[in-house]
Structure formats: C-alpha cells, structure tokens
Design a protein around this ligand. Structure first.
Ligand SMILES: *[C@@H]1O[C@H](CO)[C@@H](O)[C@H](O)[C@H]1NC(C)=O
Ligand SMILES: *[C@@H]1O[C@H](CO)[C@@H](O)[C@H](O)[C@H]1NC(C)=O
Length: 454
C-alpha cells in the first residue's frame, strides 16, 4: 500500500533527474540550438511522464485523502477473520468508531482473511466522509435462526452520505441454505422472505466500486432510496439455479450510474423498480440470468413510476431475457423515456420483451383493465441471436397500449435453424433504419424513415 502511494512521487523525482541531466549535457555544448533541442527532448519526456502518471493514477488526490484518513480495522476490534469465529461484534465496534470520527475515516476489512458475520446495520449519519474498504471476504452466517428479527437484510448500510465502498474484496451471502428451502425450488414449502446480501438504504453521494458480491441469500446488492450513486467494476455472481438472486437491484433511487459490471446470477442481472429515475448503465456483461429488467411494476394494484433509464453498451449471453419491461395487471403509473442501445445478445431466449401481463405468483393472475403505462421506449443498435422463435415480444395491455416504441437498427436472428419473429400486441411501433425481425404490418402505426428488410 505505502509503496503504491509513493510511486507518483518517485515518478517526479525521476523526471527531475532527467531534466537535470539533460540540462547539464546542454551546458557542455557551445551551440545554443543544441541546447534548445535537448531541453525540448527533456520537456517532452517530462510531459510524457505526467501523462503516464495521470493515466495510472487518475485519482491521485483521492489517494492522498486516504493517506490522511484514519483507519479503523476490524482486526483492531477483535475480529479473527478465520471464517469460523463470529466477528459481528468487532465489525459493529469498528463501524461505530469509524462513523463517529470527526475526520475522514476508513472502515477496513483486511485482505486475505474471511470474516463470518451475522446481520449488521451500518448506520449513519457519520461525522465525516467515510470509506468502507473491503479487501478480504465477508461471509454470512448460514444459521437461518440468526435472521429471525429481520429476514430481509444481511448487511445494511443506512443513511450514510459521502460513502466510498471499495477494496477489491468479496461479500459472500453463503446463500445455499436459503436457496434449498425456497418455495421456488421446493414447491411443497410456503414462500418466505430471504435476506438481500448488501442493501444501501437512503445513502447520498455514494460510490461503490471494485468488489465481488456473490451467493446472496436473495438479492445481491440493492440500492434503495439513494441519490447520486456511482457503481463500477462490480462482479456479481450466483449459480444459475439460485432463486431470486437479482444482481443489482435499484428501487426509489435517483441519479445512478452503473459501469463495467459483470453479472451472472439466477435472476435478473439488473432490476430497476418503482421510484427510480435517471439510471444510466454502460459496459454491462450479463449471463446467466434473467437479463436486464425494468420492473416488475404495479404488483398488488400499486402505483409505479420509473423514467429516464438508459442502458448503453451491454452484452448478454444465454439469458432468459435480454432487455425486458414487465408490469403486473391492475397497477397504475408510468414507465417513460427508456433507451436500450448498443446491445449484443447471444442465445438469449427473449432478447427484446415488454410484458404487461407479468405474473410471478402461485395463483394465476386475473385479468384487470388498469396497467402501468409504457411510453417512449427506444431500442437502438441491438444485434445478435435469439434462442426462441420470438426475438421481439411486445405483449401490451389492451386498455393501455405501449406508446412511442421505436425500433432502430435491429438485427436479431434465430440461434440455429429457423427464422426469428416479432410478436407485437397493442403496441405503437416506429421503425428506423434496418429492423429485423419486424412486427406484422398491422401493428405498426406509423413509420417515418421506414427502410426495413422486407
Ligand atoms: C477516478 O474518479 C472518477 C470520478 O470520481 C471515477 O469516474 C473514475 O472511475 C476513478 N478512477 C479510478 C481508476 O478509480
Ligand atoms: C440528479 O441530477 C440532476 C442533474 O443531472 C440534478 O438536477 C438533480 O438535482 C439530481 N437529483 C438529486 C436528488 O440529487
């Protein structure tokens, strides 16, 4: 760590020495032009070094902040980190002190160790900006009886503003015991709640990056009622057959960017639910799993609003859905201004799908006339293969048809033999550029710039 902090300094010293040497060689020469030439060589060396430096240490000033921040390691509060002893108390103590530090603090989970913990609430507000540096592994206790008080959370960060959560370590929900007893796996059992591995609740100005989150009991990481969030370089994994292990879940959250995340789970890679606006995702690799999903919205006749969502740059492989919007019958509200672009699909069952008859319960859902409206959804530059015949499905509500749907530069073929098809019901679809496959003509209401495959 320390040596890394000083590398920038070493670069500067090195450059200074170079400058001195070239200056000296210049002075030995009579010729003023030579002098200038070698000076300019030295200068270009210098600028090059600066470039190398800034490309390697784009956040050098962050680093210096961290050097001056006070570190609260869980080890200093009695954590064993052997994967067996219960380290919950040490985590709670270290957090309490770190959070009440008057200067910038680092709550640290050291590298190369595994800390077994029960439920923990990391509560704010903290007195100063805080970093949670998870370099080692945090492992959830597999003892289900320890979750009796609140069966929906394992690690929960609450009302902590200006938080940086990073460190390159692992958050492991140890979910096997929950999956086995899920009603989706063992149909004879009643359905019960299971914990989300990591919840960020009501956090403002939050950065989460460079972490592995795996084997969650239910959802892996959830942002709930947060504002101004940057998420990057997450690796989120769970087995393909683990029930409800959504990768990144976003609900009631404003202004969130996701970039460079790799997600493979038993449920949605990303799920974006009601109350979320201004969500930007880029550089997403997804599979296995159920794909990138907006919803489900409007369950139990609820009102749902999502808007301004862009997924630009994603690769989905072997997922059940590609980009999906799903709403229950009987809901109300709106899903608007949604853009999916630059997306590559490989062997995806339903690459493009809007499902306004979504029903995820044991009893069949009865027909209802109200629905969450879906308006202004653009699909642009989406290519690849579909494992189903229907590469595009718009199954929209009769009472509330999907409006302002744009398909632009779409090229999805069927994996293996056969032709890919589009099935569009109650949708107003506009085509731009080349679009393949296409809805049957009568579902297309207007088509400016129509230049599609026939
Ligand atoms: C540096 O910080 C910026 C903004 O805070 C962030 O977007 C970028 O990913 C960071 N780079 C690294 C290497 O951490
Ligand atoms: C979200 O970002 C927009 C600008 O991009 C800003 O106007 C708005 O205040 C932000 N919302 C919150 C809750 O900070």
């Amino acid at each position: 760590m320390a040596s890394k902090e000083y590398t920038p300094l070493l670069y500067f010293v090195f450059v200074l020495v170079l400058l001195c040497i070239s200056w000296h060689t210049c002075r030995d020469h009579e010729n003023v032009n030579d002098d200038k030439a070698s000076l300019s060589i030295a200068y270009s060396w210098y600028t090059k070094m600066i470039e190398v430096f800034t490309s390697q240490y784009p956040n050098a000033s962050d680093n210096t902040d961290q050097v001056s921040a006070k570190t609260f390691s869980v080890d200093s509060y009695g954590a064993k980190g052997d994967g067996k002893a219960d380290d919950t108390k040490a985590f709670k103590k270290a957090w309490k002190e770190a959070c009440s530090s008057k200067t910038a603090a680092v709550f640290s989970v050291p590298k190369n160790k595994k800390y077994l913990v029960k439920q923990i609430k990391f509560k704010g507000a903290c007195k100063a900006p805080i970093t949670m540096q998870v370099a080692g592994t945090i492992l959830a206790t597999p003892d289900k009886s320890k979750y009796k008080k609140d069966q929906t959370h394992w690690l929960r960060v609450e009302r902590v503003d200006n938080l940086l959560l990073n460190g390159g370590g692992v958050i492991d929900g140890n979910g096997d015991v929950w999956w086995k007893t899920s009603c989706k796996v063992d149909k004879s059992r009643p359905c019960e709640d299971a914990p989300t591995a990591l919840t960020l609740h009501r956090c403002k100005s939050l950065t989460v990056k460079n972490l592995k989150i795996q084997n969650a009991q239910k959802m892996q990481i959830s942002f709930d009622h947060c504002e101004n969030v940057q998420v990057s370089k997450l690796q989120v994994t769970a087995p393909e057959d683990s029930p409800n292990t959504d990768g990144i879940h976003i609900t009631h959250t404003q202004n969130i960017t996701l970039s460079d995340c790799t997600i493979g789970t038993g449920d949605d890679c990303i799920s974006i639910e009601t109350g979320s606006t201004n969500v930007q995702a880029t550089g997403i690799t997804c599979g296995p799993g159920h794909g990138i999903s907006i919803g489900s919205l409007g369950d139990h006749n609820s009102e749902a609003y999502v808007s301004d969502i862009t997924v630009d740059g994603a690769k989905l492989t072997g997922t059940t859905n590609g980009v999906r919007i799903k709403t229950w019958q009987g809901g109300s509200g709106k899903a608007t201004n949604i853009n999916f672009k630059n997306i590559k699909m490989k062997n995806v069952k339903n690459p493009i799908i809007i499902d306004q008859q979504y029903c995820d319960q044991k009893k069949p859902c009865k027909e209802q006339s109200s629905a969450v409206e879906i308006k202004d959804v653009t699909y642009q530059s989406i290519t690849g293969t579909s494992s189903n015949k229907e590469a595009i499905t718009f199954d929209c509500s009769k009472g509330h048809p999907c409006q302002g749907i744009v398909l632009q530069d779409i090229d999805i073929s069927r994996e293996g033999d056969g032709e890919a098809k589009a099935k569009c019901t109650n949708a107003k679809v506009t085509l731009k550029g080349k679009v393949k496959p296409q809805c049957s003509k009568n579902t297309i209401q207007d088509q400016p710039g129509y230049a599609a495959y026939i």
